[in-house]
Design a protein around this ligand. Sequence first.
Ligand SMILES: [Zn+2]
Length: 288
Amino acid sequence: MKNPVHLLVLGLMLMLSVCAEQQEQSPLTITYVANEGFLIECDGRKILIDALFGGWESTWCHVPPDSLIELMTSARPPFDNVDLIAVSHAHIDHCDAGIIALHMKHNRRGILVCPPHVARRMEASEDYPEIKSRIRVVPAPGDSAVAMELAGIALEVLPTRHGPYWEKDEETGEDIDRHRNVQHLEFVFTIGGRTLFHCGDSSLDDFESYRAFGMDRKHIDLGFLGWWGAWDDSFLSQRLVREVIRPERIIFMHLKPGQRISVQPEQQQSVAREVIVPQQVMETWTID
Ligand SMILES: [Zn+2]
């Protein structure tokens, strides 16, 4: 048996190592732009993901109002000096090539990471020659995650499938997935000692792919997850969130304006330490 002095020293060392671990994490500020769009600020860096869209109205998701689009296209605070612009896929509730191009024109440090479909749309912009050298394309779908460092931010890009949207084919009468050819990326960012995961429009049910991407071996501090990821205990995606992604905190995405999540607080807490449900555009949270 160890003597009490050894135990005391061991205890102190443990406390110091816990403190050191905590000190390594910089405060994190998240601003909800709309739908699945967020501004992430940490350690003096800024990431904009799926935020540069808008110019239309919707009852099924939040859309950035014109005043917000004006701030984003002119790269004015809080959208100034954005280091990394990430886009999961080319659907209109995630990206608008014209808004992205204008933002990049006024924010000369911003690097865009996106699938080929989005990059192709950027080519139509008159500002394309000026910004094309700052576009990084990741092909999708793919079998392995792509690791890179952009603007001092480490990221892993997961080339995955968009969640299905089934509809009847008029000619054959068969159900077909309207989204089967969408090029779709998910992102894992490591910034300020924190690991953040954004699942885009994934249906969060592909255990095999997430395990192949090593998601079950990561510690995710914050997961930006489609609200369908925690609907009830029996839902496949709930199991995936619980067993594979295991995020410490969750921010729900793709909510309808005014939508409430009907999962009870105790259920939420059994999945993650905190579950944040955005209610209005430009809502901000700080995690120390
Ligand atoms: Zn989509």
